[in-house]
Ligand binder design. Structure first.
Ligand code: MG
Length: 376
């Protein structure tokens, strides 16, 4: 498959922080992807919450299945746009490595705990995982990924954190947050694929959980259009097949919208290289109409699913687990494994340790250190 001139070319990568010799059969981005799939943090994603806590049911998305769906959508779109599929896959599989247990509840609680010590932000943590926390290689910490994969992993970054990163890595992955340029087209694509994936699978999981009912979704234009279309074509279709077929059509419509809109934008901007694409405005995007419909769907999910009383109740318990674990480890670091206990930066060591936990490990640890069971 020929790559477009604005695609990321592994032969022109800005390289790794620690120089390594090329290998004969794989490109640099394939190597990144393979390193990610083999790392410990990747395996932990299977027991980390996306929206529903891991113990609430076996069929809900976890961070792992979510990441696979992002990779699938990203690769489909990336291939159609002649972008670098290997890079898209590497970024997609790594984009959530820094997530805490218990999803956003865990991240918010940990950020509160770290308020006086630099805060906690999951995108930055994903970068810490691949740059520092994985221990797999004899000569360096982390996975020593290429600049382009790391750039895609750091999808958001506050100005303060960007300045801090810029000091340790001048002109590195944080620079674009200071000079307001864009990441590679592959990274832009992963951001959008993330959104497309969770909007769709959260409808599916929401309905499966019983917290959303199909009729409620009538107010969501982007979904309702395809539900009506499905029933027009298959009038006797019922139950989950209506849901799946509507979601499938909704996904396809968004994928084709991104491809068409991005192709038109690329034709107009005509970037001659991946670096020129970084200097242009964001190019991988929805049409304005689709963007508005996607925002409306997000708003619906926020009000009706993410803030559903039942979700909020487990969210409060999950936050308490994280807060109490943090306090317990900070009070007595020896409750952590020796390599974390020995670190001089105690709050950050505790945050790194907790962030790495799976939901069920965090719940068990909480029970062990407090003697109380909050999440059963
Ligand atoms: Mg994600």
């Amino acid at each position: 498959m020929d790559l477009a001139r604005y695609a990321s070319d592994p032969a022109r990568s800005r390289g790794r922080r620690h120089a390594e010799a090329a290998v004969p059969t794989r490109t640099e981005y394939q190597r990144d992807r393979d390193r990610i799939v083999h790392c410990t943090a990747f395996r932990r994603l299977v027991y980390k919450t996306q929206v529903f806590l891991n113990h609430e049911g076996d069929l809900f998305r976890t961070r792992l299945t979510h990441s696979l769906e992002v990779a699938q959508l990203g690769r489909s779109i990336g291939r159609a746009l002649q972008l670098n599929e290997d890079l898209v896959e590497a970024i997609a599989l790594a984009h959530d490595l820094g997530h805490t247990p218990f999803g956003h509840a865990g991240q918010d609680a940990l950020d509160d705990c770290m308020a006086g010590s630099g805060g906690f932000e999951h995108n930055l943590q994903s970068l810490r995982v691949v740059d520092e926390l994985e221990e797999r290689y004899p000569r360096f910490d982390g996975l020593n990924l290429t600049f382009e994969t790391r750039e895609g992993i750091l999808k958001h970054c506050s100005r303060t954190n960007a300045q801090r990163l810029e000091e340790s890595e001048p002109g590195g992955v944080a620079r674009r947050f200071l000079d307001r340029s864009q990441p590679s087209l592959e990274a832009q694509l992963c951001n959008l694929a993330d959104e497309i994936a969770y909007n769709a699978h959260d409808i599916d999981d929401g309905v499966r959980s019983g917290l959303l009912v199909l009729e409620q979704l009538a107010e969501v234009d982007l979904f309702e259009q395809f539900r009506i279309e499905t029933l027009r074509e298959f009038p006797s279709l019922q139950g989950r097949r209506v849901l799946y077929e509507s979601i499938r059509r909704m996904l396809s419509a968004q994928v084709y919208d991104v491809i068409d809109t991005t192709r038109a934008g690329l034709a107009a901007a005509s970037p001659a290289s991946a670096d020129q694409a970084r200097q242009a405005p964001p190019l991988v995007k929805f049409s304005d109409a689709m963007a508005a419909r996607s925002v409306a769907l997000k708003r619906f999910l926020l009000h009706n699913l993410y803030r559903h009383p039942q979700v909020m109740a487990t969210t409060d318990q999950a936050k308490q687990v994280v807060r109490e674990l943090f306090a317990a480890y900070l009070h007595d670091p020896r409750q952590m494994p020796p390599d974390f206990a020995a670190r001089p930066d105690a709050p950050r060591a505790v945050a790194d340790y907790i962030a790495g936990m799976t939901d069920r490990f965090a719940a068990r640890e909480h029970e062990r250190v407090t003697g109380r069971q909050l999440l059963a």
